[in-house]
Design a protein around this ligand. Structure first.
Ligand code: CP
Length: 310
């Protein structure tokens, strides 16, 4: 039987997607109550392998594992034998030989997760891969919106900013569309994605005010300068004028809600202080991140066939 991996949200069956949302939303009210810890995975051990920086994803996977009774071990390249010349593949095979129950992996290059999955002996759960996919982020965003709106059926979501380099956008589009939302993208031409399989069927806006008039949810993305190949935004002032989610743009539609995967660069893609705005769900997303990762780890370690497409 092949090992089941969660590398993109497309790996999830529709039934699996619904199960994770249901389980995550059932966990959320119990977070913060120490008597409600659910030790369903005692004695299990998960490697957190982070080749890229992270705050939210790493800490929430770690917290999720601990709340389930599993232990974790963290690998980061700085301070590892990679600095002595050990190759990427040797590093992965060394970690795999320690017999963890699952590997949670973040890597900045597209294609690495599939390469890793092909060589290891346990399930791989992606914690973000290049520009390709960030499955648990897409899932936790959907679960946050589900809590807020009750359903995603017919919900209008516009993703604003650096869509071209965004793994979050790719996972959000897949999950939210499958749940019945109408998803649009809004970006300057230089930050519009190029792949037809991603953009076909998506409504596109070049004017952020028109996009905000259309939507109920704005999903804001930061400029991912670490992924810029050429200078894709060389006029930051023009970007701020045309695409930044300002307080007045947000408040013009009081029923609209704002999400952002973080990290946020205030003053660039959104105004300073807007994370705390009552129309912002950013901190709620972080809470849902713990619950969703509990649901994902739980299923991937106990019954992956119940959520992963065969
Ligand atoms: N949203 C997200 O992936 O944040 P981190 O990079 O802090 O994990």
């Amino acid at each position: 039987m092949p090992i089941a991996h969660l590398l993109t949200t497309k790996d999830l069956s529709d039934q699996g997607l619904q199960a994770l949302l249901r389980e995550s939303n059932a966990i959320v009210p119990h977070l913060g109550h120490r008597h409600d810890l659910t030790y369903t995975l005692p004695g299990r051990n998960i490697a957190l392998v982070f080749f890229e920086p992270s705050t939210r994803t790493r800490l929430s996977f770690e917290t999720a594992a601990h709340r389930l009774g599993a232990s974790t071990a963290l690998f980061q390249p700085a301070g590892s034998s990679i600095e002595k010349g050990e190759t990427f593949l040797d590093t992965i095979q060394t970690i795999d030989a320690m017999r963890f129950d699952a590997l949670v992996i973040r890597h900045g290059l597209d294609g690495t997760q599939a390469e890793i999955a092909a060589t290891v002996s346990v399930p791989v759960i992606s914690a973000g891969e290049g520009t390709k996919a960030h499955p648990t982020q897409g899932l936790l965003d959907a679960s946050t919106l589900l809590e807020q709106f009750g359903t995603l059926e017919g919900l209008r979501i516009v993703i604003v900013g650096d869509v071209r380099h965004s793994r979050v956008a790719r996972s959000q589009v897949d999950v939210c569309s499958r749940l019945g939302a109408e998803v649009a993208i809004c970006a300057p031409e230089s930050l519009m994605p190029r792949e037809p399989e991603f953009i076909d069927g998506l409504r596109r806006f070049s004017n952020v005010d028109e996009a905000l008039d259309w939507c109920s949810v704005v999903s804001v993305l930061r400029l991912q300068r670490e992924r810029f190949v050429d200078v894709e935004v060389n006029d930051l002032e023009a970007y701020r004028r045309d695409f930044t989610i300002t307080r007045s743009r947000l408040e013009r539609n009081p029923d609209m809600r704002m999400i952002h995967p973080g990290p946020v660069n205030p003053g660039v893609e959104i105004d300073h202080g807007l994370i705390q705005h009552h129309q912002s769900l950013v901190h709620r997303q972080v809470t849902h991140g713990v619950a969703m990762r509990m649901a994902v780890i739980s299923r991937m370690l106990s019954n992956p066939a119940s959520i992963i497409r065969t």
